[in-house]
Design a protein around this ligand. Sequence first.
Ligand code: NOJ
Ligand code: NOJ
Length: 448
Amino acid sequence: MAIIKFIAILFFSLGVSAKSQTSIYHLPMKPANLWLEHESRIATEKLEQNIAPAGTVAGVVIASPQKQDPNYFRHWVRDGALTMHVVLQLWKRATTSEEKSKWQTLLMNYVNFSRQNQLSQTLVGLGEPIFEVDGTPFLGPWGRPQNDGPALRAVVLTDWALNLLEQGQRDFVLKNLYNSKLPANSLIKADLEYVSHHWQESCFDLWEEVKAQHFYTKMVQRKALLLGAQLARQMNDGGAANWYEMQGRGLENSISLHANTGRDWVVPSMDWDGGHNSKPADLDSAVILGVLHGQLDSFFNVSNRKVQNTFTRLNEVFSSLYSINKTAPLSAPALGRYPEDIYAGSNFDGGNPWVLTTLAAAEYAYNMAFELGAKKSKKAHQWIEMGDRFVQRVQYHANPDGSLSEQMDRRTGFMTSARDLTWNYAAVLTAFWARNKSILTISKGLNK
Ligand code: NOJ
Ligand code: NOJ
């Protein structure tokens, strides 16, 4: 007994948290690639379970099954679109017709649900961030509008529409996704009209706290408009295609301002216009997410110098901010949203690292490996290893059954805040696919 106590005291005096003790016991862990493969199967199941679960209508994607402290049993337009983008990938990857039709049904339900969202009386038009699980708009006090939502929804559905057109399914697209009629009565066009006419306005950020101009929001708006222009052109809506294209290019100037502030990195928000206003560090994982979710061409892609600086700085700042990063025997830090964050799920007692931002760092590193490709395979491998270290960080703090909550407690490392966060599972899958893609490129020497 005494000796156990002594060991426990020793661990604590070394600053090792309770979680670290149990996990150290389990080291060495399964290699990152094996865990990621295993976890991606769990993630697919868990993600599916959060689409239209009992008590909700078809098309709903709940942010989490948790109904209290915090209540995430609602449909967030942003989380929903990011999740359905993964469903679209699963649809593209399906190998049997049963599987394909399963994902197709979910996509169609999402289309119908989203169109109803667009037609409902919200407090801020299409900028409403949240819908109840019966499809009615959320009416409580909140940070709104959030204009990344309609853009993300347009991105996933435009991706689908372009794919369907390639397969000769023009009538389906015309009927369900896009037609040139104005005022818009089709889902994608309504979103594109909204984005193209409102992108210059300030709105709340993806973290729902700051009203300003945001790098993240503008990156996904640009992607929506430029992809939308392609779709409009193919649907013989040339005038609209030119308009969307022009607005997408206009966004580029506005986005560039975030990299020309005198900081060495990309600044997440500018021109404060309301909401939370205490982010002196000017540093946010939202920039990495903006690069990942807004990825289209070489514009602000992963290898942009200021984006790379942002990644490096996030690593530095969060390494020293959270005690789990100082004590756990892992080399990649768990990353939070932004250093000044105090949101802990059920209270505001201090910010924690998040699963989805840490996985975004992994995906970022894998995409860097892809960019370097076979020509610089040594460097590319180093980026893969870097990505794997972020994956191991999440692996280390994950629940034993593979379930992932929104946050990791900054002191104990245990999962905390909303359980089974749908977006986390989407992030596991996109990181997994990014890893596979870069490995394939490096090994085949197929540099693009
Ligand atoms: C809930 C939001 O979802 C979260 O991002 C935010 O930090 C808190 N509300 C505080 O506004
Ligand atoms: C809070 C996060 O800040 C926000 O990005 C997210 O949309 C909601 N939670 C729902 O998951």
